[in-house]
Design a protein around this ligand. Structure first.
Ligand SMILES: Cc1ncc(COP(=O)(O)O)c(C=O)c1O
Length: 485
């Protein structure tokens, strides 16, 4: 196919040239109505291509022209049978995959370390989750992969599961054995859905873990804004094989996507795809080379540790994506939250995420050697400065899977009440509480609070982490299901 083309971008540029007298949405009429300061900062062109559905620009919800062609080019590049452009991020892709694959009351196997969008999809769809906890990497206090042996065991116990959803790679770059999971799911007549939000680049280097579609996944979502060049919120949903119900998927996408999809975002998807098609191998090699050299340098700094492929084979970890740097300064007595703050405040280096033990830096094709030098030299200085620090005592153990008292949807619609945080043990949560990033809930609506969960959340907050989903940000009270319904 003509991978050097970018049909949506070409269409919006053509429209900007024609510049008809405009009586449609959006109301700003090209650059004319844009706020002066915004316009002078962003430039005129961005407003010229902020358009609506027309004969030239096509329609995301019923594509027959430029958008159809652009989606076909993306499908060709990633090896899918169908690809859908998403303007509400992988968030809406996860929702659509689940809505289309599993009916209300049916069972779906869900990895316990999924992004909150997956659990929100359970509320929307009314499906009944069977949770599977990934392995635990105790030294790092993080989740590992999803074990095929455990998945097989759960299918024996719940043979009526219609699908399974797993995140791979996850925020830390940890990849599960997707090929084995696909084989098990298909043998049990279930679909394998993969949240591959962090993995669109994996298809462009043999040194990286193999992409989920190539390993037999039936559907996957990819955030092209996370590791490729698309703008924030721009993602893809790929389908391969004959198990997915394409018409249900289309209908589901109508529910979860805006009826005014942004042509700026769609153009960015289209051109990010073109860039990867033409230069993906060099781009990915560049990211890998930078990340691997950073990892080697960081591992030679006393008191610091950067995770490497030695993690593979433990805790059901099949592979790791080496473009992710998981860095710990716990040997110097610094938590991940502390390290992230020092890096930003003192060295003007921003990393993606922190937990109580480590930070995660995402290295992409667009990073430079200079960026890596700044990161490594900041880490060297920090190591010297904190060389007297007492190593952190023990790694934080992530709380196990909470017990479910009701489905997420039942809990979402149930009568609720506010109680003191100190009285929450044993109560059923009405909240989905997730340290963010990574946005993986520690408790979801319908699950029972334990001391372990309450302590973990307090610990995250005390160590400086952000938490999403709290009804009371001071953590004095919490919303639970009222037992007197
Ligand atoms: C694993 C995972 N899945 C899905 C999402 C949601 O993706 P998006 O930001 O594209 O909506 C995220 C966001 O951080 C994520 O980490």
């Amino acid at each position: 196919m003509e991978q050097n083309r970018a049909p949506i971008f070409e269409a919006v540029m053509k429209y900007a040239d024609l510049r008809p007298a405009y009586f449609c949405v959006p109301g700003h009429r090209y650059e004319n109505g844009a706020d002066t300061q915004f316009r002078s900062f962003a430039g005129d062109n961005i407003f010229k291509i902020d358009l609506t559905e027309t004969l030239i620009t096509d329609d995301l919800h019923c594509p027959v022209g430029a958008i159809k062609e652009a989606q076909e080019l993306a499908a060709d590049l990633w090896g899918a049978d169908h690809t859908f452009f998403l303007v509400n991020g992988s968030t809406c892709g996860n929702e659509a995959m689940i809505l289309s694959a599993v009916k209300p009351g049916e069972k779906i196997m869900i990895a316990g370390n999924c992004h909150k969008s997956v659990y929100n999809a359970l509320i929307l769809s009314g499906t009944d989750p069977v949770y599977i906890m990934p392995g635990a990497v105790h030294d790092w206090g993080i989740s590992g992969g999803v074990s095929p042996v455990e998945v097989e065991r759960l299918f024996q116990q719940y043979p009526d599961c219609k699908a399974m959803l797993v995140t791979s790679p996850d925020y830390y770059g940890i990849v599960s054995d997707i090929r084995s999971l696909a084989e098990i799911c298909h043998r049990h007549g279930a679909l394998l859905l993969v949240d591959e939000a962090h993995g669109p680049h994996c298809y462009f280097s043999e040194k990286l873990p193999e992409g989920a579609l190539r390993c037999g996944a039936d559907m996957c979502v990819q955030s092209l804004h996370k590791t490729a060049g698309a703008l924030t919120q721009s993602s893809l949903l790929h389908v391969k094989g004959s198990l997915a119900d394409i018409e249900m998927l289309r209908s589901s996408l109508q529910i979860v996507q805006s009826s005014s999809p942004s042509y700026i975002l769609m153009s960015s998807l289209d051109t990010a795809r073109r860039d990867l098609a033409l230069h993906g191998a060099e781009m990915t090699e560049h990211a890998l080379e930078l990340a691997c050299s950073a990892r080697n340098m960081i591992n030679s700094i006393p008191g610091l540790q950067c995770a490497d492929r030695e993690l593979e084979g433990n805790a059901a970890i099949f592979r790791i994506d080496e473009t992710r740097l998981i860095i710990s300064a716990s040997g110097l007595g610094l938590t991940g939250f502390g390290l992230k703050a020092v890096l930003l405040e003192r060295y003007n280096v921003e990393v993606e995420m922190a937990d109580s033990r480590s930070i995660v830096a995402i290295v992409t094709y667009a990073n430079t050697r200079d960026d890596i030098e700044k990161l490594v030299s900041a880490l060297r200085n920090i190591a010297e400065e904190y060389s007297d620090g007492r190593p952190l005592a023990e790694s934080t153990v992530l709380p196990g899977q909470a017990v479910c008292a009701m489905t997420p949807r039942e809990a979402f619609f149930a009568k609720k009440k506010i109680i003191l945080w100190s009285e929450a043990k044993g109560c059923v949560s009405a909240e989905m509480i997730a340290p963010y990033p990574p946005g993986i809930p520690v408790i979801r609506p319908g699950e029972i609070f334990t001391d372990e969960i309450l302590d973990h959340l307090k610990h995250v907050r005390a160590s400086g982490g952000y938490i999403h989903g709290l009804s009371d940000d001071t953590m004095e009270t919490v919303t639970v299901i009222d037992p007197q319904q």
